[in-house]
Ligand binder design. Sequence first.
Ligand code: LLP
Length: 410
Amino acid sequence: MQIRDQKYQIQGVDLLDLVKEHGSPLYVYDGEKIQAQVRQLQDAFSSVKLKIKYATKALSNINILKLMKKSGTGVDAVSIEEVQLCLHAGFAPEEIMYTPNGVAFSEIEKAVELGVMINIDNIPMLEHFGTKYGNSVPVCIRLNPHILAGGNAKISVGHIDSKFGVSILQLKHVIKVVEAYELDVIGLHVHTGSDILDADVFLKGAEILFDAAREFKDLKFLDFGGGFKVAYKPGDISTDIKEVGKRVSEAFKAFCEEYGRELEIWFEPGKFLVSESGVLLVKANVIKSTPASTFVGVDSGLNHLIRPMMYDAYHGVENISKLEGPERVYTIVGYICETDTIAADRKLKEVQEGDILAIKNAGAYGFSMASNYNSRFRPAEVLILDGKASLIRKRETFEDILRHQVDLGI
Ligand code: LLP
């Protein structure tokens, strides 16, 4: 989003015009930004065999998935429904990594039928897998490296108390199971968390993966998960992807030499690829001054963007209806019957009823975590690609609220 010709634009498309056409609240994604992020990652790892498996859960509109496919990525899917969505969007089964957690074995069986790469994260499932498939289906194992990293406790998933992955301390047990069933383990995986700034965390993860990999003879890839940090707050910095690329690639090449085979290196970023591409445009319904604060009540809330409530996440906000004039401090709140503060104490160009505010960095885990709480409709979505804006999801209607309800006629 930038100001050009006195207007807030993405690729020359005026954002206020989009709201006039499609209404608010509206998610808008910059397809060029997504493509640029993919390229940046590809460039950072150009000296090794990189495969990007975009974390579908971050933003799962089929057009975003198709754009990823066009940009040369594969996908990581965490549910059978995401697997089906990725297949629907045109990914070949072999481009899809399926990384479930806590699912029934029947879901894993379904994924095997669909022909995708299976990533197993606990020993009982590995045993079920061995019993049913032996070495007839290749498999990847998700290890928990016991690294405490990530932006906050809720998105830190590689520590010793986390439910994810097989503890690295249980590696001997894993190997026994692998030998007993002669499993064809072709990949090992770690994912330590989200919002990870420090290249050292990725290197620490790499060392743990290399140590484990020495125990397996037929690996084809090592998967380092996702988690690159993007800058949300002023003064925040994003993960230096060039530095991570350089240092991890060097360590990876040295390991491949020792291993005697050129392995593929996989990453599964979500936020890094789509977060900054997205803005959520909302309308100021009411400006309410109290003795303590001035609130701007907008036509959205935790039902459309839950990150501020769930993780105390910071999202930048701009009043895109005003380019000039005085600024005031506001607390931007939603219209949900909860304390859904979107942003507290922010300086904005003076807000009037009907002004449009842009909530920035809303591409990742925005729409994909949206709900119908308070029986509100979920927003429409627009993708801007090659300077052209297209509606990629219609706004819901009252029929959608009723769709699966069964009226008992009481
Ligand atoms: N791979 C695995 C196995 C994951 O569990 C995740 C995220 C990713 C990759 C992608 O992580 P990313 O690159 O997007 O950080 N809703 C939270 C983030 C939860 C992430 C869950 N897993 C948020 O809005 O901050």
